[in-house]
Write a protein that binds this ligand. Structure first.
Ligand code: GCB
Length: 607
């Protein structure tokens, strides 16, 4: 007990140390921006010689603040003595990881610098923000040779206020990025995915008025089908002012005055509306206006709840026909770079018959969530609290909580998201229970309208598969990964197993699967053959279908993906082969087994 209290205090102290998450502008894609996407010059710098002097002191902390690569010196005349030069350096496309763009960078983990020139004519009456969709993992950002700050975390957006710092005409941004894995970070050193480095998502300069709409939330109130609830927050010089919320199709137009912190909360009783669902992904135009600013969004309204073992979407029981997805284009062997890449993944999920996807194991691209809203796919969103992280380090907790907060903050208006997951396969210990318990509480305090879950693990006793993780008591779903027929048991034995789950909650299997090399055929007992993977799927589905409480699943995984842990030279070659689609885009036999299963599956009917 005493130990538990100490741990709780440590965790809370960790949160206080870092303070609250950095706010980013809601819906940057709906604002006036200058895109900085495209080619950026890069320099690979394994010894950080662009950052540290020969005594290992950072140049940007020296008296002059100069000496690093961010000075962006270029050999203009014969007396210039520089040992780097971005002007002649090769380029990488942004957005895009470095690994998939240059062969010598495929396995690179370390420091790499980026530089981009751009021309602007800043308007003195406006504010400007330099916004990054995501950079993996740590990055130091410099504008015109001056440091703006540092950011850690590979999957969440961040921004810097650059008002008054932009030159009329020529400007340059330099980034030192570093994807070195570290034990105390989130994720930690050990994962089963590629540690893609660099500027993996959009970069832009966002132009805003002096007082602007920083954030808003427009959602159905918890448990209600006719009350739209939320807030608008202004930021800038005149925080207290008039704001108007309009949803023309619902004949809503309401005006409010924000308080001295710029915030106003509202509740609006609404008329009959079309609820968002996978079959009918209705999005309403939502317009927020302030004296100087205006932003337009498309927002869907739906309810999600559980009742004993049922999941209710808009009050009706639903079976979640899902698939897990990494933020990776298997054909590129790199992070998803464009809307086209993302649509390809979602179309495959649709073809499989899905109404639901698990975006594993970290915050995905904002565009992916907007597309899920548009095409009608429910979403499980997650943070990279994965396997064995540093449970007792307060900084680690603060980092996890920050990633959770920023993710919820960014995507709180997306109807598609029904589940916030706080982690995957974390091992049960007292320290972990405290850490994870706090994350669950935090998620609930930030958003009480969605389900909170985590992908738990199972234990076995004979032919009984047990789910007993105490964290499950705090969660809305009984969700767990279960690799029968692959990591344990023969596939043909699976139908003999039964489940013993200690929670009276809907069961949503967050993973099961088996590896197969696309195009490799053999009999069903030949491991790595498509037939073997097919056999695992057939027997898994037979076993799972016997479970009364089964309400959904996201088998592992839609497509093959790169992983440094998958080394078999013939069958893997650094690819995790559990995809239902290969890295050449070919559907494996198991794809059709799951497709058939989903075709016949209806909510409420378990067998
Ligand atoms: C898991 C992990 C997932 C792995 C998968 C596998 O349980 O959650 O990240 O990739 O198993 O292939 O082993």
């Amino acid at each position: 007990m005493f130990r538990k209290i100490i741990l709780t205090l440590v965790v809370i102290a960790g949160f206080c140390l870092r303070g609250s998450a950095q706010e980013t502008i809601q819906h940057v894609y709906g604002r006036t921006v200058l895109s900085l996407n495209g080619p950026w010059n890069y320099i690979m710098d394994p010894y950080q010689m662009g950052y540290l002097d020969y005594r290992q002191k950072p140049f940007d902390q020296s008296t002059s603040g100069k000496g690093g690569f961010y000075d962006n010196l270029t050999g203009v005349d014969k007396s210039t003595k520089t040992e780097y030069d971005f002007t002649y350096a090769p380029t990488l496309e942004v957005p895009g990881d470095w690994n998939s763009q240059e062969e010598k960078l495929l396995f690179y983990e370390g420091t790499l610098w980026y530089k981009k020139d751009f021309v602007m004519n800043p308007d003195a009456g406006k504010r400007y923000f330099l916004y990054f969709g995501a950079v993996n993992y740590e990055c130091h950002v410099y504008l015109n040779g001056k440091k703006l700050g540092v950011h850690k975390g590979g999957f969440t957006p961040f921004q810097f206020d650059v008002s008054g710092k932009l030159n009329p005409g020529k400007n340059f941004v330099v980034l030192m990025t570093d994807n070195t894995r570290k034990r105390d970070e989130i994720p930690t050193i050990n994962t089963d995915w590629w540690n893609y480095g660099g500027i993996t998502r959009d970069v832009m300069i966002v132009e805003m008025p002096q007082t602007y709409i920083e954030d808003y939330k427009v959602q159905l109130a918890k448990g209600s089908k006719d009350i739209i609830e939320g807030f608008v927050r202004l930021q800038g010089t005149e925080k207290s002012g008039k704001v108007t919320l309009e949803i023309p199709e619902l004949k809503i137009k309401s005006s409010y005055t924000t308080d001295e912190d710029g915030k106003v909360s509202f509740r609006i009783k609404t008329r009959k509306m079309d609820y968002w669902s996978p079959e009918h992904p209705k999005l309403y135009d939502v317009i927020v206006t302030s004296t100087d600013d205006k932003v337009e969004d498309k927002i869907g309204f739906r309810t999600i709840a559980t009742r004993h073992q049922d999941i209710l979407l808009n009050d009706k029981p639903i079976f979640l026909k899902g698939i897990s997805i990494h933020d990776e284009n298997p054909i590129l062997g790199g992070r998803l770079r464009s809307e086209g890449d993302m649509r390809m993944m979602l179309e495959w999920a649709k073809e499989l018959g899905c109404n639901y996807i698990r975006l594993a194991h970290y915050t995905h691209n904002e565009t992916m969530l907007r597309l899920a809203d548009e095409v009608g796919l429910l979403v499980w969103a997650e943070i990279p609290v994965y396997w064995t992280i540093s449970w007792t380090n307060p900084e680690t907790y603060a980092n996890a909580e920050n990633q959770l907060t920023v993710g919820i903050d960014r995507d709180k208006n997306r109807a598609s998201i029904i589940v916030w997951s706080v982690g995957n396969e974390t091992p049960v210990t007292e320290e972990r229970n405290v850490f994870m318990g706090h994350l669950v509480d935090k998620a609930r305090s930030l958003d009480n309208t969605r389900l909170i879950a985590a992908a738990l693990e199972v234990e076995r006793e004979g032919y009984t598969i047990k789910v007993e993780d105490p964290l499950g008591d705090k969660l809305d779903l009984a969700s767990f990964n279960e690799y029968g027929g692959w990591y344990w048991s023969e596939p043909k034995e699976l139908p003999k197993y039964t489940f013993d789950i200690r929670f009276d909650k809907p069961v949503v299997i967050s993973e099961f699967g088996a590896g197969a090399l696309g195009g490799f055929h053999g009999d069903e007992d030949t491991v790595w053959s498509e037939e073997h993977q097919e056999l695992v799927y057939i027997n898994q589905l037979e076993m799972l279908d016997k479970m009364e409480a089964l309400r959904g699943m996201t088998p592992w995984i839609l497509t093959d993906f790169r992983s440094p842990r998958r080394q078999h030279p013939v069958y893997q070659d650094f690819w995790n082969r559990k995809g239902l689609i290969s890295n050449t885009g070919k559907k494996k036999k198991a794809f059709y087994i799951l497709q058939e299963y989903y075709k016949n599956k209806t909510a409420g009917k378990q067998r």
